[in-house]
Write a protein that binds this ligand. Structure first.
Ligand code: SF4
Length: 1024
């Protein structure tokens, strides 16, 4: 029987015509089967809605080709179990592994275990099958040897196919082959069809064409629709020309068309008629077509959803009648979702997010890796505080992560249960004293987490032990089925599914993955693996999976889909995004697995010449009422981004320009799509006019306005060149309190004063507020611990020597003294030695030798002999150094030497070597030497300090700044240094008392240990 090919431009009523034929056919034979084939689920849903809307009951199967193939096989009694994507992934993995073991994967050997390779191969096998290319044909094509990779692809394909056949399973494409074979063998199959309608396609795979040809003549009527015109002469129709030719070669066909114009609004009708035509006929565009240029994809997504909301509110377009179409979904997923949340628009994506990119997958990955990686600190804490797990089954709470974090810093826990045990046991033993002391002191619970001790530490330890026990995988090799059981129980125990409430798609996805993985051994046979192997398997599956949509009782929403999905649906309002050069049309690239000439020879679709213009033509003719086209005009780097040639092709047909949205532009308030936006736009308008926002707006949005009002002066402060004001370091408003806090009884160290001179805001953050940069625990010593350690060795070795000027003797004693201090160092200075500790001790010993020898060599005449080490002033019982204005100073002088005449020399050891020049004393950043010299004079009462320098331990050198040679505006030598230091101290303390803490980034950049660096907007990167 004749197959009717109904070819007509979009929106001319092809589907309607088919429904009329369906109604007529079923009117004659009400109980005969009728099928309507559509490309995908989205279109199937739309077709069902349309059938329901005809007002009569039309008993037709609305289905995809896959549904039809299954029906044929059921009727023929040849149904095979169909393997899902997870099972096929596993099967392919086994096949590739087997070929690799047999030495048959030399070309792809290096990458064959990667999840990405597996996905590519899985997709190529699907493509080959849809193109009806058998493994034998591919092997033949590979015989020339031109492409070594092709030989291996053919091997994989053959092994995969034979394994599937051995097991008597099928993949989706295989079902089409089997269905065609069944149709060939049994001419009576589906011979009772009253009508077959094939609608919404713009192309067919060879397998689909085969099915249509096999069915031709069985249905009393067959109607196939195609966009275009019977001659397919227009450039916009070029994409459909080969499809029509292929349909006409299969048997007796009648080519029909529809005469009427497309049922499109005026501008879109004009666009449809002229798109890609060479004769230019421009027309004014009406409200049915809009073009928007936005700065970035984020703003583009916002503008598109704002436009959709306007269509819903102003033009009464139903939610389900709105859609967004994009060339590439993932770039726009987050911006669209964020804008939709703000605008109160529900969205439904045609494809879920990549599972591996979801926070739940990241949390699960951390959890499953814990036991394997010996419980790394960060991942363990993240797991306990994760919203995806409930640690109650281990008698822990999420808040315990904070306590454990504090404990981990105390005990320098880096990794491993042993370190947790050691630390928490130690803290548990501190129970009695600390708790009792707290009680005696009448301390109240502050609510701020503090170091857990006693019973609390013991509880945490017990919880960690339980959790670790639960996470410990069974020993040895287990079949995947057993691993899946173990994992399912673990997830149940940790409340994973309960915590996923509200993310139904993830629950469905994980459920199916677990079931499919357990079932995959039905294909491959039992695969006993160790835990690491199972984990790799699981992560490979996660990397390849997409979050499934749980559509049960799904409420209406704006549909977000790819361009291919959009081409067959009809909507009332559609926004097409990302019409930028390189995005659409997509850049066509050769396929590294199946080169172009091979594709041509095998009758497959080629990667070049895909006629994307035809796809654009179809997409822009989807909406019945409104179309929006958008593009980003700036690329990521800030340079301008050219529009797509299709964008230009549309503009050529219109007399109006695209609407370019600049963030700084004043927008009409009636375009605001959310209360936040309304308030923001309104406030900006008013402030530009020097006015407060209207009360009518502020009233209902008082909380939001209060927030904006509070943030305004902060933002204004940020825009000033010079730092200043209450939001930028000035605490002048509390100078009285500061005057008290830093009054005459305060004691100052040189380093605190130096930190103010480095940057006043740095002082405020570190010294006044007591903030510090919290570094995660790490193996080995930290810089400050190393400094203390070296200082201690030098102090003790000189003190132990009967004659500290006898360098030979001091050096001889050094290994013994250092060895003893090194041995105690991890406990004394609270660090966890790394594996390099032994080597580091040798290196440190050399540094110390060099220091002792270097200082001795610096005094060849032997005039100086050590007088004091770690000399205190203003600490303990020792009196402070008193400077002008009664400022009290305290500190610890590393070393004081003396001459026979009683003259003093100050030495200060430094681990670093920066900022040790005379200029650093001149600008106040280094004050130690003169202050220490004055303190030593006062404390020792032996004579004047005539010399002083820093000794750089790692360079083994004297600093450029020396008291004896110092010069400044006030004079030369030590006295000039003393006078200058005194003047700095007076100025700094005065400014601190006045509350002057405006940030001034130091020359050479801010120190990396500045605690304000995380939020200070004056931060200037540089050397520390
Ligand atoms: S980041 Fe720089 S400018 Fe800001 S407080 Fe720290 S040192 Fe000063």
């Amino acid at each position: 029987m004749t197959t009717h090919l109904l070819v007509a431009p979009p929106a001319t009523g092809k589907t309607q015509a088919c429904l009329e034929h369906l109604r007529a056919a079923l009117g004659e034979r009400p109980f005969a089967p009728a099928w309507v084939l559509v490309p995908d689920k989205t279109q199937a849903d739309q077709m069902r809605t349309r059938l329901a809307g005809t007002g009569t009951v039309l008993a037709a199967h609305v289905a995809t080709f896959s549904d039809l193939h299954l029906e044929i096989l059921e009727k023929a009694g040849r149904v095979l179990p169909m393997a899902g994507s997870v099972m096929l992934h596993r099967l392919l993995q086994e096949v590739i592994h087997g070929l690799g073991q047999a030495g048959m994967m030399t070309y792809y050997g290096g990458i064959s275990a990667l999840p990405g390779f597996l996905l590519e191969i899985q997709s190529r096998i699907g493509e080959l099958k849809r193109a009806l290319v058998t493994p034998e044909r591919l092997a033949q094509a590979a015989q020339s040897g031109t492409y070594p990779g092709l030989v291996e692809l053919a091997r994989i394909y053959a092994a995969y196919q034979s394994r599937l056949q051995e097991l008597n399973w099928a993949d989706e494409e295989g079902l089409s082959w089997l269905a065609q074979a069944a149709l060939k063998d049994d001419k009576t199959l589906l011979a009772d069809l009253a009508i077959l309608i094939v609608d919404g396609f713009d192309s067919f795979t060879p397998a689909q064409l085969n099915t249509l040809q096999a069915l031709a003549g069985r249905a009393a009527e067959t109607w196939i629709t195609l966009p275009g015109t019977p001659d397919m002469q227009r450039p916009a129709h070029r994409r459909f020309r080969p499809v029509l030719e292929a349909l006409r070669t299969g048997g007796e066909t009648a080519l029909e068309t529809l005469a009427g114009p497309p049922h499109l609004p005026p501008t879109l009708r004009h666009l449809e008629a002229g798109l890609f035509e060479t004769t230019l006929q421009t027309a004014p565009n009406g409200s049915d077509l809009a073009l928007i240029e936005a700065r970035s994809p984020v703003e583009e997504a916002r503008e598109a959803l704002r436009w959709i909301k306007a269509r819903i509110v102003r033009d009464q377009v139903p939610l389900a009648g709105c859609g967004v179409a994009l060339p590439e979904l993932e770039t726009y997923r987050s911006p669209l979702q964020a804008a939709a949340n703000e605008f109160g628009l529900p969205l439904r994506f045609s494809q879920g997010a990549l599972l591996a990119a979801t926070p739940a997958a990241a949390a699960l990955s951390d959890l499953l890796g814990l036991a394997l990686n010996d419980f790394p600190r960060r991942a363990l804490l993240d797991t306990i505080r994760s919203p995806y797990f409930d640690p109650a089954s281990a008698s822990l709470q999420r808040e315990d992560a904070r306590l454990l974090e504090i404990a981990s810093r105390y005990g320098q826990v880096v990794q491993g249960l042993a370190q947790w045990e050691e630390t928490l046991n130690l803290l548990a033993s501190q129970n009695q004293d600390q708790e009792a002391a707290a009680e005696i002191a009448g301390e109240e619970e502050s609510g701020v987490p503090r170091l857990p001790v006693g019973a609390e530490a013991a509880r945490l330890l017990a919880g960690l032990r339980t959790l670790a026990g639960r996470l410990a995988p069974p020993d040895g090799e287990l079949p995947l089925k057993e691993w899946v059981r173990w994992l399912a129980e673990l997830l149940q125990d940790l409340g994973f599914y309960k915590c996923l409430a509200g993310e139904a798609g993830l629950v469905v996805t994980y459920d199916r993955m677990l079931m499919a993985l357990a079932g995959s051994e039905a294909l491959t046979g039992p695969v006993p693996v160790r835990y690491a192997g199972f984990l790799k398997e699981w992560q490979g599956l996660e990397a390849a999976a997409w979050v499934l949509d749980d559509e049960r009782d799904a409420p209406p929403a704006v549909r977000v889909m790819g361009l291919m999905e959009a081409r067959g649906v009809r909507l009332e309002a559609l926004a097409v995004l990302d019409l930028a050069e390189g995005a659409f049309p997509a850049v066509e690239r050769a396929d590294p697995f199946l080169p172009e000439d091979v594709r041509q020879a095998l009758g497959m679709q080629t990667r070049f010449g895909q006629e994307q213009a035809g796809l654009f033509y179809q997409v822009v003719t989807r909406p019945d009422r409104f179309l929006l086209l958008t593009r980003p005009y700036l690329a990521k780097g800030g340079e301008s981004w050219e529009p797509s040639p299709y964008w230009n092709a549309v503009l050529e047909r219109l007399t109006l320009k695209a609407d370019r949205i600049r963030p700084e532009d004043t927008r009409p308030l009636n375009e605001a799509a959310s209360p936040e936006e309304l308030l923001f736009w309104s406030s900006r308008r008013q402030s530009q006019a020097g006015l407060e926002p209207p009360q009518a707006l502020v009233g209902p949005l008082a909380a939001r306005w209060k927030h904006i009002a509070e943030t305004r002066p902060i933002l204004e402060a940020r825009l000033q060149k010079e730092a200043g004001g209450a939001y930028d370091g000035s605490l002048a408003g509390i100078n009285q309190e500061l005057g008290q806090r830093y009054g005459s009884r305060s004691r100052w160290s040189a380093s605190r004063l130096e930190s103010y001179a480095t940057c006043p805001f740095f002082f405020l953050a570190s010294s006044a507020l007591g903030l510090e940069v919290i570094e995660p625990p790490q193996l080995g010593y930290q810089a400050n611990q190393l400094g203390s350690l070296l200082h201690a060795v030098l102090e003790h070795v000189y003190q132990e020597a009967p004659d500290p000027t006898d360098t030979v003797d001091v050096l001889a004693r050094l290994p013994g003294v250092a060895g003893h201090i090194f041995e105690q160092a991890p406990q004394e200075y609270h660090f966890r030695p790394s594996l390099l500790w032994d080597v580091q001790q040798e290196e440190l010993l050399k540094i110390l030798q060099k220091t002792i020898q270097g200082i001795a060599d610096f005094d060849p005449n032997g005039g100086w002999r050590p007088l004091a080490f770690e000399l205190q002033f203003g600490l303990g019982d020792s009196p402070p150094l008193v400077m002008s204005m009664g400022i009290l100073l305290h500190g610890l002088v590393d070393r004081v030497d003396v001459t026979p005449q009683g003259l003093l020399r100050i030495i200060d050891y430094k681990s670093g070597s920066s900022h040790l020049a005379p200029q650093d004393l001149i600008n106040g950043r280094r004050l130690q030497l003169p202050i220490y010299a004055l303190a030593a004079e006062q404390a020792l009462q032996r004579g004047s300090a005539v010399e002083g320098f820093y000794w750089t331990l790692f360079q083994g050198k004297v600093s450029p700044l020396k008291l004896s040679t110092f010069e400044c505006e006030l004079g030369t030598g030590p006295q000039a240094a003393f006078d200058l230091a005194e003047s700095h101290v007076k100025t700094i303390v005065g400014l601190i008392r006045q509350g002057a803490f405006e940030p001034v980034p130091p020359q050479g950049g801010c120190p990396e240990y500045c605690p304000a660096a995380a939020w200070c907007w004056h931060f200037t990167p540089g050397r520390s």
